[in-house]
Write a protein that binds this ligand. Structure first.
Ligand code: G3P
Length: 217
């Protein structure tokens, strides 16, 4: 499973990237707002840092304008993935931009039918939002599982990019289902390391080591 960082926070992306954990990055208008940076400038910086796909989202609502914005974003770097919303216009833009050889991430996916349409329109990635479905008392992970089954039934090559990931457990579940990619905020990726038995075990080792009176260095 590939790991994307869902953030436009360059130092946070760099910390994970230096550990070899980053296969790509996803951003969206809310994350650009949070970063306080200019979209073109911060996206260029991220693209220079990370070798894998970096999603930059269009903000237009009509297909022609999305295509124009997508072309401009794609000029930033070779590893740009143009992110378009799962609307009819977004699908039209996906078809055109993917036809030009650009990577396209179709975002705001909340149903299997939407995911089928995105695959048909040539999406490189489909982004089903797990946490936002959980927020309205639906089962976000069930959507990942259903899309996996349908894509496998028909050999669709669009990669399932599990998004709106809120917990480390979401990452475990997405991996078990076989999502191709998970995009998560840096804090959620870092939370994956935590286990109470690791903390407890380390504490005991430290206590016992102190009693030996020895030193390694
Ligand atoms: O990748 C999409 C993601 O940023 C949305 O996450 O937590 O705002 O639902 P969230």
């Amino acid at each position: 499973m590939k790991f994307f960082v869902d953030s436009a926070d360059v130092p946070a992306i760099k910390e994970l990237n230096d550990l070899g954990m980053v296969d790509g990055v996803t951003t969206n208008p809310s994350l650009i707002l949070k970063s306080g940076r200019d979209i073109l400038e911060v996206t260029r910086e991220i693209c220079a840092l990370v070798a894998g796909p970096v999603s930059a989202e269009v903000v237009a609502l009509t297909a022609n304008e999305m295509i124009a914005e997508g072309r401009k974003l794609a000029e930033i770097a070779e590893n740009i993935t143009v992110k378009v919303p799962l609307t009819w216009d977004g699908l039209k833009a996906c078809k055109v931009l993917s036809g030009e050889g650009k990577m396209v991430n179709v975002t705001l996916c909340f149903s299997v039918n939407q995911a089928i349409l995105a695959a048909k329109a040539g999406a490189t990635f489909i982004s089903p939002f797990v946490g936002r479905l959980d927020d309205i008392n639906m089962d976000g992970m069930e959507l990942i599982s259903d899309i996996r089954q349908v894509y496998d039934n028909y050999g669709y090559e669009t990669q399932i990019l599990a998004a709106s990931i809120r917990t480390a457990n979401h990452i475990t579940q997405a991996a078990l289902i076989g999502a191709d990619v998970v995009t998560a905020p840096p804090a959620v990726i870092k939370a994956m390391v935590s286990h109470p038995l690791t903390d407890k075990g380390l504490e005991q080792f430290m206590k016992d080591w102190a009693k030996t009176g020895q030193k390694i260095l």
